[in-house]
Write a protein that binds this ligand. Structure first.
Ligand code: PEP
Ligand code: MN
Length: 338
C-alpha cells in the first residue's frame, strides 16, 4: 500500500503516521522526493484496508497495491477454472450456449421449450421458477412447482438446467432441482444470498449488478468463493447508463478485463443487455468476440406469447442461426462450439 502525503506535511505528522503503522506490526518505508513524501507499506493489505489512514493529518491519499479480491484473482490461481454443469464444460475451448425462456410457463410449456432449445443445438436450458420483477403485481414465477417442471424438462431432454434463486431460504430447495444456481443482477450484492450459494455444491452463475463496477462484481464472486464454492461463472448482462433506446448498455468491454484479472469463466447475457430481440444476436457475437466462454440467451417458440421479457426473446429460427454464426466466430478464434 502507498500512502501519499500532503506537500505541507510536518515531521511530527510523518512520525505519527510511522508509529501508527508500526503499532500494526507492519514496516513503513518513507521515501522523500523533492515535492512529495510517500510511505510504502509491505504487509497484509487486509489489515491495512481496515485502517482509516485518510483520516490522519498529513495524508493526502492511500493507494492499495494488491487487488482486494484474492481467491477470484489469477494472482492466486493462474490456471483457468473450468466449471462442469452436468456433462457440459464451461471455460474450456468450446463456446457454450444456454437458452430458454425468461420464466417457467407451465409443465407442458417448459418441456416443449427445453425440446426446442435442444433441437436448436444449445447445451443447457434456462428458465426462471422465481422471478424478481420490478412490480409486485407482475408474474412472480411458479416457485417450487416450477422447479419440479424444470426437473421434468431435464428428464425429457437430458439438458442440465439453470434457474434463479432469489432468497437465501430457498437455496436448499433450488439446489435439489437445478444443475446451476443463477444469482440475478438485483441480488449481486445480497451478501447473505452469496454466502448461502457459496456453501452449495452446485455451480453458480453470478450476474453483474446493473450498476456494479468490475471490482464490485469480482468482490461478489469472492464472497461465494470464500465459502468454499469454486464453481462460479461470471455473467455480464449490460449495465445502466443514460442510454434509453436499449434496455441496458452492452458491457462487452468487461470480458477481457475479467479474463485478465480472474481465472473464472464468463457466460454473457445479450438479452438483458439489449432488451430488443433484433439486436440480441449481434450482442451475443460481440460478447464472444470479446472472449466470453458462451452466452445465456432468452429464447421461446413464440416470443409474443412469452409470459415475461418477450420483447427481447428470440425464436427458434433465430436461435439456430445464432448458434451457427457463433460456431463460425468460435472457429475463427481458434475455439469451437459445444
Ligand atoms: C433473467 O435472467 O431473466 C433475469 C431476471 O436477469 P437479470 O437478473 O440479469 O435482470
Ligand atoms: Mn428475463
Amino acid at each position: 500500500m502507498l500512502i501519499v502525503l500532503k506537500p505541507d506535511v510536518t515531521q511530527e505528522e510523518i512520525d505519527h503516521i510511522v508509529s501508527k503503522i508500526r503499532s500494526l506490526k507492519l514496516e513503513p518505508y518513507v521515501s522523500r522526493g523533492v515535492h512529495r513524501t510517500i510511505i510504502t507499506i509491505i504487509g497484509d493489505e487486509d489489515v491495512l484496508r481496515e485502517q482509516p489512514f485518510e483520516a490522519i493529518a498529513g495524508v493526502e491519499s492511500v493507494k492499495p497495491i494488491l487487488r482486494p479480491f484474492k481467491l477470484v484473482s489469477r494472482e492466486t490461481h493462474p490456471d483457468r477454472t473450468v466449471v462442469r454443469v452436468g456433462d457440459v464444460e464451461i471455460g474450456a475451448n468450446k463456446i457454450v450456449v444456454i437458452a430458454g425462456p425468461c420464466a417457467v410457463e407451465g409443465e407442458k410449456e417448459v418441456i416443449a421449450h427445453a425440446q426446442m432449445v435442444k433441437k436448436a443445438g444449445a447445451q443447457i436450458f434456462r428458465a426462471g421458477a422465481y422471478k424478481p420483477r420490478t412490480s409486485p403485481y407482475s408474474f412472480q414465477g411458479f416457485g417450487e412447482k416450477g422447479l419440479k417442471y424444470l426437473a421434468k424438462a431435464r428428464e425429457e431432454t437430458g439438458l442440465p438446467v439453470v434457474t434463479e434463486v432469489i432468497d437465501p431460504r430457498d437455496v436448499a430447495l433450488v439446489e435439489e432441482y437445478a444443475d446451476m444456481l443463477q444469482i440475478g443482477t438485483r441480488n449481486m450484492q445480497n451478501f447473505n444470498l452469496l454466502k448461502e450459494v457459496g456453501k452449495s455444491k452446485k455451480p453458480v452463475l453470478l450476474k453483474r449488478g446493473m450498476s456494479a463496477t468490475i471490482n464490485e462484481f469480482l468482490m461478489s464472486a469472492e464472497y461465494i468463493l470464500s465459502q468454499g464454492n469454486r464453481n462460479i461463472i461470471l455473467c455480464p448482462r449490460g449495465i445502466r447508463t443514460f442510454e434509453d433506446v436499449t434496455r441496458n448498455t452492452l458491457d462487452a468491454g468487461v470480458v477481457p478485463v475479467i479474463k485478465d484479472w480472474s481465472h473464472l469463466p464468463v457466460i454473457a447475457d445479450p438479452s438483458h443487455a439489449m432488451g430488443i430481440k433484433a439486436y440480441v444476436p449481434a450482442a451475443a457475437m460481440a460478447y464472444v468476440a470479446a472472449g466470453a466462454d458462451g452466452i445465456i440467451v432468452e429464447a421461446h417458440p413464440n416470443p409474443e406469447d412469452a409470459i415475461s421479457d418477450g420483447q427481447q426473446t428470440i425464436d427458434s429460427a433465430q436461435l439456430v442461426s445464432l448458434i451457427e454464426r457463433l460456431g463460425k466466430l468460435a472457429r475463427a478464434m481458434d475455439r469451437d462450439i459445444a
